[in-house]
Design a protein around this ligand. Sequence first.
Ligand code: ADP
Ligand code: ASP
Ligand code: MG
Length: 423
Amino acid sequence: MALIVHKYGGTSMGSPERIQSVARRVAKWVRAGHQLVVVPSAMSGETNRLLALARQVAPETTTAEGLRELDMIASTGEQVSVGLLALALHAEGVPAVSYTGWQVPIETDRSYTKARIERIDDGRMRADLATGKVVVITGFQGVDDDGHVTTLGRGGSDTSAVAIAAALQADECLIYTDVDGVYTTDPRIVADARRLATISFEEMLEMASLGSKVLQIRSVEFAGKYRVPLRVLSSFTPWDIDIAEEARSGTLITFEEDVKMEQAVVSGIAFNRDEAKISLMGVADKPGVAHMILGPVADANIDVDVIIQNVSHDGRTDFSFTVHRNDYARTMDLLKSVVVPKTGAAEVSGDAKICKVSIVGIGMRSHVGIASKMFRALSEEGINIQMISTSEIKTSVVIDEKYMELAVRALHKAFDLEQMQLT
Ligand code: ADP
Ligand code: ASP
Ligand code: MG
């Protein structure tokens, strides 16, 4: 008997029939003798619908009390899902009980709309599991220490599931989704992307942080910190497939770098359309200028990603950086009102139509010339690189958004990823 956490995403929970199929799959695992905790997302489209409703009432919400209400609204999608799934399990003859985040409780900090899980009380879950029940817990939500409902950021149900698996020291956390694993890149963009049988934790962390939405980055962080065995697999296989086959399917996140994986220099390509670029032209090139520009941005709680400072001419330089697109207008306002007067910059310009494309692979540590191969592939397609950022196991470029798909396909081909051997 094993203790297993299943997570089902929005598409997997997308209709009453899909929910029944999830219930049958869970029932199969229960009948095989396992203890199950199931973490579903809201039905597909539901979180978007709820947030769109909120926007109709209040187009822009930035205050803490406003964000609190957004979480109150957005968290309801998962509450409906857990109730429906528990009912569907009852119909399968499986005892089950559903809980929201505050009932468990899943305690978080107070950062509404992007809260972090701090502690999970496993008492209630363990008591129910001991009586033979399946425990169904809302993804995406928690509660702060004043009892306010919080949410964990878009895609946060992955993190709920992994954090619950960590709290219970579960034998495995299975993330069921609408693709059958982690691919060399998003299979919606590149038709001949390959599924990886395994991916190292570090690569998965980079892929997630660079925009691959198959797992929320914090779920990967939790898996790493608590060594949670984590697998991504499809909820679209027939629910009654052989359980041993199902348990081996998909992509396993591994914590040891095996020899085969080291052979692949680049394992995947990630992309992100959620950023915007901002440039300050003609700022004085003197000590402290980066702080003068980015200090107020950090004080406003705005995350900065890629940064470039150009070579100076006549003591003046250009300074560019990227922020999340949601923070674009706010950052532009801040620069114009606070930073320009202080730095004497000649001009501020912004471009929200950019994207970031990244190649990821632990093999990059031990190989030279990978970045230059990337730049050549992009130049052969006539794609201009606006910014570059590198780390040990990734190289990212910022380019015009309209070339994103072209760039991803060109890089997928340049690094022979369509021929990637399944390990
Ligand atoms: P869920 O609702 O199950 O959480 P998501 O939409 O959040 O599903 O994540 C699954 C999606 O992630 C896939 O449908 C796919 O389009 C996208 N995706 C992006 N990059 C990758 C990748 N490298 N491998 C697999 N899927 C990816
Ligand atoms: N329902 C939430 C969202 O759409 C959380 C999730 O699906 O993981 O972002
Ligand atoms: Mg998701």
